[in-house]
Design a protein around this ligand. Structure first.
Ligand code: HEM
Length: 142
């Protein structure tokens, strides 16, 4: 089950379902990168943060083992934002993680999964990250 959990964590890093979001700044704040003034519309891109070399080693390689033994966050907790952070962080994150791990484990022991066209599919990022043409999968009962 530990590997399944690492796999889900890496899938959420590699393909964060909420790839881009935004916030209004509610008061003037000083950040390490300069001042943000009240009313600023601030874009936040978990997809870019998850694929940035300063945050992750080999960010464009899908490697569930990077989440083994607490090595998941190299620079700060803000390097991994599938559920965002702050007061509006996803309140369903713990439930989502448990449900995904259990569902994936169940699907893996029940079916054999193959990608008929070599695993090629395209992804679009429009707030949510999604495959506009879907993903072809072959599923056989084990
Ligand atoms: C893999 C599954 C999930 C992912 C990746 C996810 C991700 C997110 C993200 C990134 C946000 C913040 C969006 C933003 O403010 O721009 C959010 C908000 C939220 N999520 Fe989730 N979520 C998941 C599952 C769930 C589940 C299972 C629930 C409820 C049972 C849930 C309930 C909510 C609610 C109510 C908010 C709004 C929080 C607020 O604005 O204060 N989510 N989610």
């Amino acid at each position: 089950m530990a590997l399944t959990k690492s796999f889900v964590a890496e899938a959420l890093r590699f393909y964060p379902p909420v790839g881009v979001t935004a916030r209004f700044v509610s008061e003037d704040i000083q950040t390490p990168f300069g001042e943000l003034t009240k009313g600023t519309f601030l874009g936040i891109a978990p997809w870019a943060i998850h694929h940035h070399r300063l945050n992750w080693e080999n960010p464009d390689i899908f490697d569930p083992l990077r989440f083994r033994s607490g090595e998941m966050i190299k620079s700060s907790r803000f390097s991994y934002l599938p559920f965002l952070d702050g007061p509006h962080r996803c309140p369903g994150s713990a439930l989502a993680m448990r449900a995904l791990v259990l569902a994936l484990a169940d699907l893996l022991v029940t079916f054999r999964w193959t990608l008929p066209d070599g695993g090629k599919f395209s992804l679009h990022l429009l707030n949510a990250l999604y495959p506009p043409d879907g993903v072809n999968l072959c599923v056989e009962k084990l």
